[in-house]
Design a protein around this ligand. Structure first.
Ligand code: HEC
Length: 214
């Protein structure tokens, strides 16, 4: 009696497994779902678009992602748009019109030196002669630019190049906000190009604080 009971249970169990295994037929690429919450979490997903299943778009599930691209024309708080285009004309215009808003006082230069040491020194080198460690170890070709007193380059052009990148140098706009870019320019021009700004020294670190990304 007990044996029969056990056998029946085993048979039932097997049948259940077989039915479960073969019951999931796909229709239009979308299989019937047992406990769909396990596939499609009811919690808000930042980057998952559940509408895409096996390369097909199922509109009933799509468009539920929480991470959204910003509405066109909007800017984040504190963001200061950069109005010159990444073109040769934009480069020239930036050189003609953009001026360093900082007084390039001692504090600015010091802050700029610190940032230079983090983002530029590996290529441009300690003395600005393009003898950074990457160039020294031949990981990067020699730089065509040396930060010397004789270097004829407008500060606006420098800002433009740091923002968009130039030649083999990449853009630094995502790492450095506008204020930080000017701080580095203050450092380069004061220490390597021997330039002394004739602006009345103010606490420029505070006045230019509003400037942020690109
Ligand atoms: C990976 C190497 C690398 C790094 C890092 C780098 N640069 Fe450069 N930089 C270059 C190269 C190469 C050029 C020459 C670009 C050209 O004229 O083709 C250049 C050119 C420049 C110029 C001259 C631009 C012009 O308009 O002629 C400035 C100014 C400059 N870099 C500033 C910086 C500053 C500031 C940083 C740090 C925030 C920095 N660079 C980081 C490689 C680098």
């Amino acid at each position: 009696m007990k044996n029969n009971y056990q056998k029946n249970i085993t048979k039932l169990g097997l049948a259940f497994v077989v039915i479960t295994l073969f019951s999931c037929r796909e229709k239009n690429g979308l299989a019937p779902e047992y406990m769909p919450d396990m596939y499609r979490s009811p919690s808000i997903e930042a980057y998952v678009d559940y509408g895409e299943v096996k390369d097909k778009i199922h509109t009933e599930f799509s468009d539920k992602m929480s991470a959204r691209t910003p509405v066109k024309g909007t800017i984040p708080r504190g963001f200061v748009p950069y109005s010159f285009e990444n073109t040769p004309e934009g480069y020239i215009k930036a050189g003609e019109t953009l001026k360093n808003p900082l007084a390039s006082n001692e504090n600015d230069v010091k802050a700029g030196e610190e940032l230079y040491g983090m983002f530029c020194i590996q290529c441009h080198g300690k003395t600005g002669q393009g003898d950074g460690i990457l160039v020294e170890r031949e990981k990067f070709p020699p730089l065509p630019v040396k930060f010397n007193p004789g270097l004829d380059i407008a500060e606006g052009k420098m800002f433009h190049s740091i923002t968009y990148g130039k030649g083999l140098m990449g853009s630094h706009s995502s790492q450095l906000n506008q204020h930080e870019r000017w701080l580095i320019i203050s450092y380069i021009r004061t220490k390597f190009m021997n330039e002394i700004k004739s602006v009345v020294p103010t606490d420029s670190v505070q006045t230019a604080q509003v400037a942020t990304q690109q």
